[in-house]
Design a binder for this molecule. Structure first.
Ligand SMILES: O=C(O)CCC(=O)C(=O)O
Ligand SMILES: [Fe+2]
Length: 417
């Protein structure tokens, strides 16, 4: 058993996750998050990924959960089996904070024995504020650094708080562990996966195209931001701050003439095209989450995509001003929310400026292709893992999993097929 202060058992692990892993989880969160459990907080849970046709995106979490659990068991000298009680990506935006508390302090959280917070981005670069403080014991302050993990007991020996975020978006992967098998997250997730994944593992785009949950989960309400008049759709806002516009077919817009929040919410789930300035991409996305996921993939993989774009001559880009008149007339741009509020919440300079500068349609086109390969490969791996997970009643990294017939894709980059 490792040495620690038994009055305040906690451990700081430096560089526990690679930066590549942090970036992959950031891609998933920026594509799939919903409004969180407190104001100015966004979250991506594994059950949400499964429920929205993105079950394949739980795979990048699996080795991390295995490694963190092993570390928690080793550090706290657990002689009993631990279960993962909750896994989720959580981001905090301007204005969010949490006062002194322990993580088991509510009656419905008593099952939580240990906490692991994995930091996925950096204080001072990606956000300001957001330091973690413990009331007693040493060290008492942790400044978030991408790749670091802090683990501690969830009880009153580790009362802690987090400073208010003053700018940007602070992203963490939070894991809670329990000794109580009835709170094992894996059993619930496996049951959900069993309902969603059929026996036929043929990979079609319909296997991995995101399908939104109830629309209000994607609406950042103005009520969360005092003084603001209106809210925004999360997918629209994340893309708006990067310079994109949503274009809908006039028929989709006409189905309701109201400009109410309800109408905007409905549009989030409708087919759309993406534009930058007067340039519009010909491909139609099935909904705003689909467009968001492809764009986030593009930024995650920009430097790799630049290496392969030279071969891509076939650019399906239409300049809006050159588009066929009937198409130009039938497409209308719509703002799905309050631009000022979107810029306040997601428009942190260090994140946005570079992304504006690097954009090119050739790279974007390559991203569409590479995103399909990445998704298809993960989906095959999920289908191959699921029988093992069902028989062990546990989600784990299945060793030496061969996925025959899949294009060789490494982290979304098409190497060969
Ligand atoms: O993100 C952190 O540093 C800690 C978060 C926290 O205290 C909690 O979610 O209970
Ligand atoms: Fe906490």
């Amino acid at each position: 058993m490792a040495e620690f202060d038994t009055n305040h058992p906690r451990l700081h692990l430096h560089n526990f996750l690679s930066l590549q892993t942090c970036k992959e989880l950031e891609f998933i969160h920026n594509s799939c998050s919903t409004v969180g459990y407190r104001p100015n907080v966004f979250s991506t849970t594994l059950s949400h990924l499964i429920a929205t046709n993105c079950a394949h995106l739980i795979l990048p979490f699996v080795p991390i959960r295995d490694r963190v659990k092993e570390k928690v068991e080793e550090f706290f000298g657990c002689e009993f089996e631990l279960f993962v009680e909750f896994t989720g990506l959580i981001s905090w935006c301007k204005g969010s904070s949490i006062g002194w508390h322990s993580d088991d302090s509510r009656s419905y959280l008593k099952q939580r024995d240990f906490t692991a917070v994995c930091y996925l981005n950096n204080q001072g670069k990606d956000f300001n504020g957001g330091g973690l403080h413990f009331q007693s014991g040493k060290p008492s302050t942790f400044l978030p650094v991408a790749g670091d993990v802090v683990i501690y007991t969830a009880d009153s020996r580790n009362i802690h708080c987090v400073d208010e975020i003053t700018a940007g978006e602070r992203l963490t992967l939070n894991l809670w562990f329990s000794r109580d098998a009835s709170h094992d997250e894996d059993r619930k997730l496996i049951a959900l996966l069993g309902q969603c994944i059929g026996l036929d593992i043929e990979v079609k785009p319909s296997s991995y195209l995101p399908l939104p949950a109830s629309c209000n989960m994607y609406w950042f309400s103005a009520a969360e931001a005092p003084g603001q008049q209106s809210g925004f759709g999360i997918s629209w806002a994340r893309l708006y701050v990067l310079g994109y516009t949503f274009y809908f077919h006039e028929d989709e817009i006409r189905s309701s003439t109201s400009t109410s929040e309800c109408h905007l919410l409905e549009l989030l789930a409708k087919p759309l095209r993406l534009a930058r300035g007067s340039e519009i991409y010909e491909k139609e996305f099935i909904n705003s989450l689909h467009a968001l996921q492809v764009v986030q993939f593009y930024y995650w993989q920009t430097s790799e995509l630049q290496k392969i774009t030279a071969e891509n001559e076939d650019l399906s880009i239409l300049l809006l001003k050159q588009a066929l008149p009937e198409m130009r007339n039938s497409l209308k741009s719509v703002n799905l929310g309050d631009e000022v509020l979107a810029a306040t919440v997601f428009g942190h300079k260090s994140c946005v400026v570079n992304k504006h500068l690097v954009f090119d349609w050739a790279g974007f086109f390559a991203a569409v292709v590479a995103w399909e390969s990445y998704s298809a490969e993960l989906y095959k791996k999920l289908c191959a893992s699921l029988p093992h997970w069902i028989s062990h009643e546990s989600i784990f990294c299945v060793p030496d999993l061969e996925v025959p017939g899949v294009a060789l894709v490494t982290r979304g980059i098409l190497l060969s097929s």
